[in-house]
Design a protein around this ligand. Sequence first.
Ligand SMILES: [Zn+2]
Length: 337
Amino acid sequence: MTGSVDASSETTDLPAGSTEPLMAEGLLVRGTAVDDPAFVGVAERDVFLAVDIGGTKMEVGLVDASGLVLDRVRTATPETSDPEVLFDGLCRIIEEVLSRSTVLPSICGVGCGGPMESGGRTVSPLNIPGWRGFPLQGRLDGHLGLPVVVDNDAKALALGEGWIGAARGQSNYLAMVVSTGVGGGVVLDGRLLDGSGGNAGHIGHLVVEPQGRMCVCGGQGCLEAEASGTAIAAITGHPASEADIAMRRRCGTLVGRAVASVANLLDLQLAVVAGSVALGYGEEFFAAAQAEIDLRCGLDFARSTRIERAGLGADGPLVGAAAVARRYLMVMEDGGR
Ligand SMILES: [Zn+2]
């Protein structure tokens, strides 16, 4: 991948209520050759309506069949306990993208914070308190009149990174987001793991410090409770972006500890990591994570496990959301599985 976005362009927090068209950023030149054998089944004309919903921002874009982001609009996630205000905010930026598009997307893919009921029938993102059991898939389907496919945002990233990012061509890998929260998605034997309810990959809730901080999930010492941006801000009393070197390394070490457990469990040797905390901490984070992995991956098959920066940068969430829809089309082409 030659078109990777520099880590410095990772999305940052926006003031509440701002709406920011980012067409120039979305037109980043990227190798668009479609040489992935898995690509059959997705028509070249397909354009995906891509929706990413996070605790800080919501973003909507159009992504073509090669993974190129054609247009995008983002807005700060409304801080509200009213589920309809959240949904209205989302619909507003969807309308903005669709109103200036000359092509009609054939399908909508959504990446949303977890947990959720399978297929996004209902979503209850930990970092969006206004949505608890919100029927996102059905509401969007009804609003758009398009097929809508919803999945966890970190699973979406895993699909996107395997499609045209840092895990392209890999059959076994973990993709992670370390930002406000910590999420993950696992591809094993070439297939994204769903689990019984679609929630496989919640690496943020692996225990890395048994006597550690209480977690929003009810557990103690979870990776998310120790190494997420929210946790670091709570521990230090300052925004995570201002953490000192020791805290940056600690974050990397704890992420490496969780990655090592996954690598040992699943016989995968690659973790690609996105998110403003990991990418913002840069080499201090990644070197500490790799050192911890090297320390804890002693079995022969796990020794070569490495942790790397995700390849899609600021495009990751939208490309991932498009990849959720793309995966659905490919499964349909195969007659389901
Ligand atoms: Zn937890």
